[in-house]
Design a binder for this molecule. Structure first.
Ligand SMILES: [Zn+2]
Length: 279
């Protein structure tokens, strides 16, 4: 499995014959308003450009994978780019109808899609009511028979469903957002650094941390994270890529991957409807 990290949560994952572009935020720096609401420091997003390697990288994409419809995961530029190329868009049942309304060739990602073992693992984009108001988010476990298995937690705080999935599915690589986003007041809407430490300790194998230094409401830096992981003795299994960095992961064992758990697919309801009006 090859990962080309581009910026924030945007990356190209090579999984078998697939080249899946995850959560493309492709806009120019400053194309979007700031997300930080309180306490100063509001700046237009994204803060940084795509790396120069992005142009060649994007051309390889055979499909797009969306974890949720926030603009730092699928912005206007990403939507236009995907629509122009008529690439299939894979998403949870929550997001497929609204993605189709945007003129995209959207498909529900289910177990067996793309020849992969798939489980959609609920994510919680903040604690309690804050998380509900942030709207639905899908984490994905993806396992290709001849590749390391991958668990994209997507934007979440630490939850029992994430810890349960780590223990049951033993993913070879966990990708987690590490910017500790918050609006300048109120709780963190992504894993805190303490929660990341717990997540890394509970992840059985490798961890990749992204969603860093690209948005005004994500205060945690790569340097601060690295220092904390060094203090915790956790650097050996964790990578914090620079934008444009490419990483390769080999499958450690030849046995079958754990089978995903069958779950009913959650259809869009009040939360999706209301939060899409607010977003
Ligand atoms: Zn995000």
């Amino acid at each position: 499995m090859h990962i080309h990290h581009l910026r924030n949560a945007t990356m190209l994952v090579s999984l078998g014959e697939h080249r899946l572009l995850v959560d493309p935020m492709l806009g120019e720096p400053g194309a979007m308003a700031g997300f930080k609401l309180f306490g100063g420091g509001r700046r237009r997003n994204p803060l940084v450009p795509l790396p120069t390697s992005a142009t060649d990288c994007l051309q390889q994409a055979t499909g797009v994978l969306i974890t949720h419809e926030h603009p730092d995961h699928f912005d206007a530029a990403g939507i236009a780019w995907t629509r122009e190329r008529r690439l299939p868009v894979w998403a949870s049942a929550m997001d497929v109808p609204s993605l189709r309304q945007k003129g995209l060739d959207a498909h529900e990602l289910v177990d067996g899609s793309l020849g992969l073992s798939v489980e959609v693992i609920p994510a919680q984009h903040g604690p309690g009511l804050v998380g509900w108001m942030m709207g639905p988010v899908a984490g994905y476990y993806l396992a290709h028979p001849s590749e390391p298995s991958l668990y994209l937690t997507s934007d979440s705080v630490l939850s029992d469903s994430i810890l349960e999935a780590l223990a049951r599915l033993a993913p070879d690589l966990v990708v987690a957002p590490a910017g500790s986003a918050n609006f300048g007041a109120g709780p963190s809407i992504l894993f805190t650094v303490d929660e990341l430490v717990t997540l890394i300790r509970r992840a059985p194998k490798d961890v990749l941390l992204n969603h860093l230094e690209a948005l005004d409401h994500c205060p945690t830096t790569r340097a601060a994270l690295t220092a904390r992981l060094q203090a915790e003795g956790l650097t050996s299994r964790v990578r914090i890529p620079q934008d444009g960095e490419q990483l390769h992961y080999e499958r450690g064992s030849t046995g079958p991957h754990p089978r995903p758990k069958a779950r009913p697919s959650a259809k869009p309801g009040l939360q999706k409807w209301l939060t899409s009006k607010l977003g």
